[in-house]
Design a protein around this ligand. Structure first.
Ligand code: BGC
Length: 384
């Protein structure tokens, strides 16, 4: 009698402790995800929470390989584009599905910039320009991983040391990217980096979202709100002109919830630069408020499934890109075909070509300083 009474009390205390903290609710599994051609094994870390959300991260490219989330009726689907097999990531590197982008997200004009009076030339891999850190950017690296946990979250920490001169950039850059999940369905990505010489850094993540589920049609009916009154307009090679242009009365006005398809295919000059012939989105929006993780920066919503994605970020801008080059030729996870405009990216970032644009927020990192960016992708549901 006494013993069972004690047991009941202990269970009671245990229940209070567990309900007071979500500590035990998120967990992390580790599994094999194939082998690189040089024999190095790739691992997958899967973060689960008790709401049925699961996020798969692979150590190659720090790639977000899957994000499974329930819809408004509780039906779980995977809302990011990707592959089941490491070889498919190697064969389709130029789409950057889910990858960490570094050392420099988006374009650097002709791969050239100057630092302290010294000219640097980094490899060009996008017409005459450098894109996403060059042909062997961070998306192609094997990252050192370890599980991490805090009071109400768990995750994986990835580390990569890029040696002085790698892909043409000065300084040895030591980078850590922490992916964590909590019970609020927030996938947080926190990037830190240090250098031993002045350099430029612009890190981001290149996940392609389709809130109806990857491979379930286009994103045209999904609505997006971007809290940005300006964009950085571009030339025909998608290099910023250096000015900020108001979005008012243009197809880039997403200040209020707007179906992505409303202006996709519009023949405005900017959309035709981004996607000749069809007219797509591939621009940097400049947030009205920047550097604040407590204010929502972007909201995307799929009326059919009720899935909502909110992005919070410390970054001043976001590259909103609509998968313009997807043409149905890529088969992704479970053999699903990814159609034209079958996903969108929300790449939180400093502005493209910032090293050559003195009026843009600086991307310079000096020895002794810490580069830091944090972005949260939060999932929830709403009725349509
Ligand atoms: C760029 C696009 C590019 C795509 C590659 C985006 O961040 O802005 O121009 O085609 O990445 O996947």
């Amino acid at each position: 009698m006494k013993a069972s009474h004690t047991l009941v009390s202990l269970l009671g205390i245990g229940f209070v402790l567990m309900s007071g903290s979500a500590f035990a609710a998120v967990h992390v599994d580790r599994s094999a995800f194939g082998v690189l051609p040089d024999g190095r094994p790739v691992e997958k870390y899967t973060l689960h929470n008790s709401n049925g959300m699961r996020v798969g991260i692979i150590t190659y490219g720090g790639i977000v390989q899957s994000i499974e989330v329930p819809d408004a009726r509780g039906v779980v689907d995977d809302v990011v584009l990707g592959f089941d097999d490491i070889q498919e990531y190697l064969d389709n590197g130029n789409v950057y599905f889910g990858a960490i982008i570094g050392r420099f997200g988006n374009r650097i004009k002709q791969g050239r910039f100057e630092l302290e009076g010294k000219a640097y030339q980094v490899p060009v891999n996008n017409g005459p320009n450098s894109l996403h850190g060059g042909p062997e950017g961070f998306n192609t690296k094997l990252w050192q991983a370890k599980p991490i946990e805090g009071k109400d979250w768990k995750g994986v920490s990835l580390n990569y040391v890029s040696v002085d001169g790698e892909m043409g950039f000065p300084g040895t850059l030591t980078t850590t990217v922490r992916y964590t999940l909590n019970e609020q369905n927030e996938l947080q990505i926190e990037y830190t980096a240090h250098t031993d010489k002045p350099t430029v850094v612009n890190l981001t993540n290149h996940s392609y979202f389709n809130l109806a589920g990857a491979g379930n049609g286009t994103i045209k009916d999904q609505k997006i709100t971007i809290h940005a009154s300006h964009v950085t307009p571009v030339d025909a090679e998608l290099i910023p002109t250096g000015t900020l242009a108001p979005v008012a009365d243009t197809p880039m006005d997403f200040l209020h919830p707007t179906a992505i398809g409303k202006y996709l295919g519009s023949k405005s000059e900017q959309l035709m630069f981004a996607e000749p012939k069809a007219g797509g989105f591939d621009f940097n929006w400049v947030f009205d408020r920047s550097g604040q993780l407590d204010a929502v920066a972007v909201t995307a919503f799929d009326p059919a499934s009720g899935r909502r994605l909110e992005m919070y970020t410390t970054e001043p801008g976001v590259q909103f890109y609509t998968g313009n080059f997807l043409d149905g030729s890529i088969k992704g996870k479970q053999g699903k075909v990814y159609p034209h405009w079958g996903a969108f990216t929300l790449e939180a970032q400093h502005f493209p070509d910032a090293p050559n644009q003195p009026s843009f927020p600086s991307t310079r990192l000096n020895p002794g300083e810490t580069y830091k960016q944090t972005t949260i992708y939060k999932f929830s549901t709403l009725k349509g």
